[in-house]
Design a protein around this ligand. Structure first.
Ligand code: NAD
Length: 475
């Protein structure tokens, strides 16, 4: 913990501009090289401090989420604060065993020998996060990086300024500022940070900015984890329980006003049930938010005016029929939970990631047609299949590729720490959560231990015919 009255590395870096980032990273690397972040006891203290930070400041974090995103208190807790707490607790429970050298059995060719995989810290990690879950998406990777013994520069999003300011104040107060720094800012600051040499870059954000990050990383051959976006489909088969499908899709879609990377982006429903499904979606929305969602405290707002305008544009150019919702209020950054049917296939709403409270529902002749629509597009971050038949669900999963998936639910695969979370192709590179998060921030060093004796000459020159014969038998 640091006394906030002292100038921290973070405040020094932001006060003196990009030149100071080199100094900041050098200071953190030095701490890492000195082994400051290696002891498991140090890591435990830091992870526990994260939990304390979340507990002691829950009210302030909830208020910041409300200010940035109009986030309902329940969603602030479940999706940001509680989700982070659960993950950090899981890490605390297991990181010591993940950090223990892993035994590997050795083949005859190297016997007698022992093999171990030793996880070692990568060094200094840069973590860049987006605005939609500003606490969860910054603090979770920080916890994984710390658990693996790294130093961290964390860059929250400038588009959730209240959360960014709270985190920039709390993190240096609760965590060791010799090891963890927060740099606030937008494109200019991130670009200057990306010019530095890091040992890992963990980026969560859009696919386009992911490309920029990867290009910057390539200059230093820095490994990256890219947690990106995309259009995640939900397929509803005719044999699905439509009440359940409607409720779960409405929940996954309109949580955080649709600003969720794994929200269902569009629905492909078998034609025989499409209209029934849309009716049930409408009934569900009344159940969730009452007759006028604008006046419930359970539905959030679009993050800023630029995104509101982008979403309004998607709605206006969709050429779709508005089945539910469609009301907007620019001043309030409000867009009603909206279900659209039959948008034009070439319209922007069917081409770009929506990332807001608009849900196109299309009809398809069969699950087969849904699968060919999905496989004709870039690989999504998530895929959801609703069906009463496990064979249908298995078939969809086998014939499609997506970062993650749920059968008969939406978004919930992000919850269990045991399930790695990440994209595939344009929706991401690498994954984290639980042990995979620890491994993401570790170098898995292979070590072979040999006793000094015996030292058979079999493998050494001169290579005689007899040696060749014996070696061939062993390999
Ligand atoms: P974004 O890519 O615009 O911004 C993400 C971060 O990158 C921010 O911290 C921002 O300051 C920085 N940034 C923006 N432009 C930059 C540039 N030109 N150079 C360097 N840095 C830059 O994304 P966003 O709008 O904050 O978030 C929305 C996107 O993130 C969506 O595509 C969504 O699907 C995706 N997302 C993915 C996940 C996931 O876990 N896979 C989670 C949340 C959001």
């Amino acid at each position: 913990m640091t006394d906030t009255a002292e100038p921290t590395t973070e405040t020094r870096a932001s006060s003196t501009g990009s030149g100071a980032y080199a100094e900041l990273v050098a200071g953190l690397r030095d701490a890492n090289n000195r082994g400051h972040t290696r002891p498991l006891a140090w890591r435990r203290t830091q992870l526990e401090a994260i939990l304390t930070m979340l507990d002691e400041n829950e009210g302030e974090l909830v208020r910041a989420l409300k200010e940035d995103l109009g986030r309902p208190a329940m969603e602030a807790f479940t999706a940001d604060i509680g989700g982070t707490r659960t993950e950090v607790k899981h890490i605390l429970k297991h990181f010591e065993s993940w950090a223990t050298p892993r035994k590997v059995s050795m083949p005859l060719t190297v016997q007698p020998a022992k093999g171990r995989i030793i996880p070692e810290p990568l060094g200094v990690a840069l973590i860049i996060s987006p605005w939609n879950y500003p606490i969860y998406l910054l603090v979770n990777p920080i916890a994984a990086a710390i658990a693996a013994g790294n130093c961290v520069v964390a860059k929250p999003s400038e588009l959730s300024p209240a959360c960014s300011a709270v985190l920039a104040r709390l993190i240096p107060k609760y965590l060791d500022d010799q090891a963890v720094s927060v740099v606030e800012g937008g494109v200019r600051e991130t670009t200057a940070l990306l010019a530095q040499r890091f040992d890992h870059i963990f980026f969560t954000g859009s696919t386009n900015v992911g490309r920029i990050v990867m290009q910057a990383a390539a200059k230093h051959l820095t490994p990256v984890t890219l947690e990106l976006g995309g259009k995640s489909p939900a397929i509803v088969a005719a044999d699905a329980d439509l009440d359940v499908a409607a409720r779960r899709i409405m929940f996954g879609k309109f949580l955080n006003a649709g600003q969720t990377c794994i929200a269902p982006d569009y629905v492909l429903a078998e034609a025989s049930v499409r209209d029934k499904l849309v009716d049930k979606m409408e009934a569900t929305l009344v159940e969730f938010y009452g007759d006028d969602p604008k006046h419930t405290s359970d539905f959030g707002r679009v993050v800023n005016e630029a995104h509101w305008k982008r979403l309004k544009g998607l709605l206006d150019t969709s050429e779709a029929t508005v089945a539910v919702g469609g009301q907007t209020d620019e001043e309030d950054r409000y867009i009603a939970p909206t279900v659209l049917v039959d948008p034009a296939p070439e319209s922007a709403i069917m081409q770009e990631e929506i990332f807001g409270p608009l849900l196109p529902v299309l009809s398809v002749e069969s699950v087969d047609e849904a699968v060919s629509i999905v496989t004709g597009r870039p690989k999504p971050l998530a895929l959801y299949v609703f069906s009463g038949s496990s064979a249908t669900a298995a078939d969809v999963l086998e014939r499609t590729s997506s970062g993650g998936a749920c059968v008969n639910h939406c978004v919930m695969h992000i919850v269990p720490s045991e399930l790695p979370f990440g994209g595939v192709g344009p929706s991401g590179i690498g994954a984290y959560h639980g042990k995979l998060g620890f491994d993401t921030f570790s170098h898995l060093k292979s070590v072979l231990y040999k006793p000094q004796k015996p030292d058979p000459k079999l493998m050494y020159p001169p290579y005689t015919a007899l040696k060749g014969k014996i070696v061939r038998k062993a390999m």
